[in-house]
Design a protein around this ligand. Structure first.
Ligand SMILES: O=C(O)C(=O)C[C@H](O)[C@H](O)COP(=O)(O)O
Length: 213
């Protein structure tokens, strides 16, 4: 898959809803219920971070949930890419980008949303053909004003800012012309997942899905 094809796939993914939930799962048995709750609330694109031993099993479970599009986050190595693809991930997300990681995603047909934090990083990815990128860590990196400033000289790159984004500041990003959607973990709090409080998660998802952009 070429970077241009990956970017077009991820543009469509980012336009499905204003928020992509960033999910950390310690227990894969919660995955299907969680995915159903988020999809029911209007958030179909789901990023499962490969930060826990349960993550790959969680992706397998979620891939079977109707209406959801499940991807793998925290991709760091070529092995992560192969594992994510084998588990059924339909897209990948990484905090930054290395040539090895980009090569692996392109070779494995996994559309990557690669992370960039600076103008130079965004430019390197753009040179390779990635016009849709993740701005990470968004808040720590200057937040919406920083992303707006990057957009002035580099308007051809669109972003999914992630890291420190919440219901409070999501609009600051979503109102920018270079922001397609935001990523965030706030729609799936750890305690609600542990208690299988799916109705509460659906309510959070609905609130997020209703954000204007
Ligand atoms: O694990 C990854 O792939 C990451 O790149 C980091 C996550 O996207 C952010 O940590 C989510 O940030 P919060 O919404 O502030 O919890």
């Amino acid at each position: 898959m070429t970077p241009a094809q990956a970017s077009e796939k991820n543009r469509a993914l980012c336009l499905m809803a204003p928020v992509v939930p960033v999910l950390v799962l310690d227990d894969a048995s919660k995955a299907a219920g969680l995915a159903r709750a988020l999809v029911a609330g209007g958030l179909p694109a789901l990023e499962v971070t490969l930060r826990t031993p349960a993550a790959l099993d969680a992706i397998r479970e979620m891939a079977a949930v109707e209406g959801g599009v499940v991807g793998a986050g925290t991709l760091l190595t070529a092995k992560d890419v192969e594992n994510a693809k084998a588990a059924g991930a339909q897209f990948g997300v990484s905090p930054g980008a290395t040539d090895l990681l980009l090569d692996a995603c392109e070779a494995n047909e996994l559309p990557l949303l690669p992370g960039a934090a600076t103008a130079s990083e965004a430019m390197r990815l753009l040179e390779r053909g990635y016009t849709v990128q993740k701005f990470f860590p968004a808040e720590a990196n200057g937040g919406a004003p920083a992303l707006k400033a990057i957009g002035a000289p580099i308007p051809q790159v669109s972003f999914c800012p992630t890291g420190g984004v919440s219901l409070k500041n999501a609009n600051d990003y979503l109102s920018l012309p270079n922001t397609l959607c935001v990523g965030g973990s706030w729609v799936a709090p750890k305690d609600m997942i542990a208690n299988e409080d799916w109705d509460a998660i659906t309510a959070l998802a609905k609130e997020a899905a209703a954000l204007p952009r």
